[in-house]
Ligand binder design. Structure first.
Ligand code: ZN
Length: 249
């Protein structure tokens, strides 16, 4: 039998799961938060905080924060690759410096700290992208995230979650759940349990949007987690990362 990680986890837990959401749309507030809370789970919600109206836009999340969910950092500018855009003259991460991206995430942290104060917070790389510059000048900004946050959520190989012993907290792997059937999602959760790992699921919309997950399929995951709640530790990213840093790595 392959080596597993059950002993790494606290209490009787054999594995861990974090349920994360990006960009803070209404279906998260109106559907995801109530469904999570109905089962006593807390999620991580990565909100970017750009625009003059950032405070008004983020205010509906204050009660969510107060009920114990993690509000995570997702930058001010939500800058991704310029390759998303067509035609000449477009700008993106390729045109930024490490100093500029650090200034952005620290400004986001200052804004989030005003509305959602907490001791530790995790970060999610917009579009899962971790570099600035191009070609020979391309540089990772993972070290900046490592310096400023308990954890950073990136993108991993499908079918693999995080080993509690071997994962890089500054670049955790996650699995996007858009357009996925409940059977497949539950299969991933079960595989994670059998391996004693930490699965971080990433969702955007609940419903039929481009990056949507249908409510029935989302609930299939939550019901499975509810039935396995003695064995699977479900918690926000910052809490599990803090535990791994203090106790395991
Ligand atoms: Zn995003």
């Amino acid at each position: 039998m392959a080596q597993v990680n059950y002993d790494a986890w606290p209490d009787e837990y054999e594995a861990a799961v974090s349920i994360t959401f990006d960009d803070g749309n209404d279906t998260q507030l109106n559907v995801a938060v109530p469904e999570l809370e109905q089962r006593g789970f807390r999620g991580t919600f990565y909100l970017s905080c750009g625009g003059d109206d950032w405070r008004a836009r983020l205010e509906p999340w204050v009660p969510v924060h107060e009920r114990g969910h993690e509000i995570g950092n997702h930058t001010v500018g939500h800058t991704c690759s310029r390759n998303f855009k067509d035609g000449p003259g477009a700008t993106g991460l390729e045109d930024m410096t490490l100093e500029e991206i650090e200034a952005d995430v620290l400004e986001a942290e200052r804004r989030l700290g005003e509305l959602f104060p907490r001791e530790t917070r995790s970060f999610a790389y917009p579009c899962y992208m971790t570099h600035v510059g191009t070609g020979e000048g391309r540089q990772s900004y993972v070290p900046i995230i490592a310096r400023n946050f308990i954890a950073g959520r990136g993108y991993g190989e499908y079918g693999f979650s995080n080993s509690p012993h071997n994962c890089d907290l500054a670049h955790l792997w996650s699995t996007p759940l858009e357009h996925m059937r409940g059977e497949q999602i539950v299969g991933l959760a079960d595989l994670n349990l059998r391996r004693g790992r930490w699965e971080i699921f990433t969702l955007h919309h609940i419903g039929g949007a481009r990056l949507g997950t249908a409510p029935t399929e989302f609930n299939a995951l939550l019901d499975w987690l509810d039935r396995h709640r003695e064995r699977v530790w479900v918690a926000p990213v910052a809490e599990i990362a803090q535990y791994l840093r203090d106790e395991v790595q």
